[in-house]
Design a protein around this ligand. Structure first.
Ligand code: DGT
Ligand code: CA
Ligand code: CA
Length: 364
């Protein structure tokens, strides 16, 4: 097997950076982007903050009240509500440029992607470093966006490498330096290892990834189960074979079936529609995504198409909401349906990654 070259790219302090892009005068000030809850006032949480604000201890997920307290004596600090539509626009423009720099492009979330550039670079890490710098420059000059890239032989190590030096970082881990790069890092730098898992290791006197290598795979499996145990065992050694694949492409989150008979009966179609929703929902949960748009599609008896879609007020991962909306769309489409329906499809789109702790077993 020959060596791969994989990039992980992550945009710096993304939502806050977007706010700076449209209001450059914010650049020198602490900027806190907030998800205000509908209870009003300052209830809600911080989505993210620029590095100015982070200096004062403001962090993602922190209650807005705490952040305000930390910035009490900083009158120039600004607190802004989220504007996901605008962030998506910036994200789309950036992803377009990123795509052009990749052999294979994998969308992960609004501010994150993997690239396989093995062909483009001929497996050469010097030209990979050059390509990564070119990509950073292109994002900077075309959009004004600052980003961080990790480069290595696989997704896992590249993800860790992009977290190594931020913001505006570029960390290249040569193939033969993989283990020496990982060894001194804290165990929590392994994606999917959260506070609880880390504590378990601390109790065992293990702090770094190098320490982690003292545990054999049987021990890890007995502690965490075979799937997670094996993942941790391999991760500590920088081993990861998951290919960069076009996951996150909305196409994967659509399903279409041919009906047992051509029909325009609501009850008949509703049953199949529910099954389609359940299937898609499973795939979405697995990939840790929330969605905002739902569409349904009819392929009619003459093979022409009819579609109808709806955008929700708030992103969701709820199966009930998916079903409810799909059924509503079905009802509306059937109101003026003349031809019989031959195939029925459902599609969800407009994704956001779920913030916070990732489930270790669904990491890739
Ligand atoms: P960084 O560390 O420079 O990459 O900073 P961010 O803000 O880009 O952090 P990242 O990559 O973990 O997250 C990307 C976006 O996701 C971020 O701009 C806002 C959102 N986000 C992250 N964590 C949370 C959270 O705990 N709550 C909410 N509501 N949103 C979050
Ligand atoms: Ca980021
Ligand atoms: Ca990210």
């Amino acid at each position: 097997m020959h060596e791969r070259v994989v990039f992980h790219i992550d945009f710096d302090y993304f939502y806050a950076q977007c706010e700076e892009l449209r209001k450059p005068e914010l650049r020198t000030r602490p900027v806190v982007v907030c998800v205000f809850s509908d209870r009003g006032g300052d209830s809600g949480a911080v989505a993210t903050a620029n590095y100015q604000a982070r200096k004062y201890g403001v962090k993602s997920g922190m209650p807005i009240k705490f952040a305000k307290r930390k910035l009490e004596e900083v009158p120039e600090a600004v607190f802004l509500p989220t504007d996901f539509e605008y962030y998506s626009e910036i994200s789309e423009a950036a992803m377009k440029i990123i795509r052009e720099h990749a052999d294979i492009f994998e969308y992960v979330g609004r501010d994150e992607a993997y690239l396989d550039v093995t062909k483009k670079t001929g497996g050469n890490f010097a030209s990979a470093a050059h390509l990564a710098q070119q990509l950073k420059n292109a994002l900077r000059s075309n959009i004004g966006l600052s980003s961080t890239i990790g480069v290595s032989v696989n997704k896992l190590v590249s993800k860790i490498a992009s977290g190594f030096k931020k913001p505006d970082g570029l960390t290249v881990v040569q193939p033969d330096k993989t283990e020496s790069f990982l060894d001194p890092l804290p165990i929590k730098d392994i994606p999917g290892i959260g506070k609880k898992t880390e504590e378990k290791f601390h109790e065992m006197g293990l702090q770094t990834i190098s320490d982690l290598k003292k545990l054999d795979v049987f021990k890890l499996n007995s502690l965490f189960g075979r799937k997670t145990g094996t993942y941790i065992f391999n991760a500590a050694r920088g081993i990861d074979d998951y290919p960069v694949s076009p996951r996150g492409d909305p196409i994967q989150y659509s399903r279409i079936i041919t009906l047992k008979q051509d029909t325009k009966d609501f009850e008949f179609l509703a049953k199949d529609l529910e099954h389609l929703c359940i299937e898609i929902h499973g795939a979405i949960l697995k990939d840790n995504l929330v969605f905002k748009s739902i569409g349904i599609q009819f392929v009619q008896e003459d093979l022409s198409n009819r579609t109808k879609s709806r955008t929700l007020k708030n992103p969701t991962s709820s199966l009930d909401e998916l079903k409810k909306t799909a059924l509503q769309l079905l009802k509306e489409l059937l109101e003026d349906q003349r031809l019989l329906v031959r195939r029925l499809g459902v599609k969800v789109s407009d994704f956001t990654e779920v913030a916070g702790q990732i489930d270790i077993t669904s990491y890739f």
